[in-house]
Design a protein around this ligand. Structure first.
Ligand code: 5BU
Length: 252
């Protein structure tokens, strides 16, 4: 019996955007569907973690606006680690404004996200046209559904968000907490092997659950890795458990 989900090879063949092809190629090559969210506050911590766990991941997800000492030199160093270790740079900026403002936030300011990010997140709250300002090279991941308790992203919102995402050629996937009825790639944050929630509204699932239940493509792990006393060991654990969950998923 054929599994209801496609393999990464099958998905890669369907993609037209280079960032989508690339992240799937890396997944296949490294046997990893792990994205590490390095939500730390100094460039040194980001660089050190990226170097330490770089072999186990397909992308580093960043919140560049929480870094205290951002500089162009940091971007050069991070890019060089990303090239050496073969992972993408994913800025979780969650754009959520009118197109004109988002364009300035994407291209300008201190961070010049458009200069270095392979992937970015964007809300779709401002409607389809607001997403047309991102250059064609960056892979956009829209937020269709959030992981937090009592989020406003209900079924109708998710449906509309997916419709918009399908109409924009550089949207490569969505963040969501349930299956996607679409060939868009699914990215799932709120993954942790040791906790079920935090005290600030976050909900966690295991890698196995998000593959079994949602047929996700990529798991996003933050505190589960960067807060651990041995990030390398923990990243390997998530890599292995994410990959085993994927293999199980394609075999049924
Ligand atoms: P955690 O430490 O594993 O909870 O980190 C999760 C990361 O994913 C963190 O950077 C969040 O900003 C991000 N995230 C999320 O947790 N839930 C969502 O729905 C979205 C992003 Br969208």
């Amino acid at each position: 019996v054929k599994s209801s989900r496609l393999t990464y090879e099958e998905k890669a063949a369907l993609q037209s955007h280079p960032a989508a092809k690339k992240i799937l190629e890396i997944a296949i090559k490294k046997k990893s569907n792990l994205i590490a969210s390095l939500d730390v506050s100094t460039t040194q911590e980001v660089l050190q973690l990226a170097e330490t766990i770089g072999d186990t991941i397909v992308a580093v997800k960043l919140h560049t606006d929480i870094i205290k000492d951002f500089s162009e030199e940091y971007v050069i160093k991070l890019k060089s680690i990303a090239n050496k270790k073969n992972f993408l740079l994913f800025e979780d900026r969650k754009f959520g404004d009118i197109g004109n403002t988002q364009q300035m936030q994407f291209e300008g300011g201190l961070y010049k996200i458009s200069d270095w990010a392979d992937l970015i997140t964007s809300h779709v709250i401002a409607g389809e046209d607001s997403l047309k300002i991102f250059d064609s090279k960056v892979g956009i991941i829209t937020i269709a559904e959030m992981s937090s308790s009592a989020t406003l992203t209900d079924e109708n919102y998710k449906k509309r968000a997916i419709e918009i995402s399908e109409n924009i050629s550089n949207v490569i996937g969505c963040v969501a907490q349930s299956k996607l009825p679409s060939s868009l790639l699914l990215f799932t944050p709120g993954v942790n092997l040791n906790s079920i929630k935090d005290k600030k509204g976050q909900n966690f699932n295991t890698p196995e659950k998000v593959f079994d239940k949602n047929h996700t493509d990529f798991i996003i792990v933050g505190r589960g890795i960067y807060k651990s006393t041995d990030p390398k060991k923990e990243a390997l654990k998530y890599q292995k458990s994410g990959w085993e969950a994927y293999l199980k998923n394609i075999s049924i």
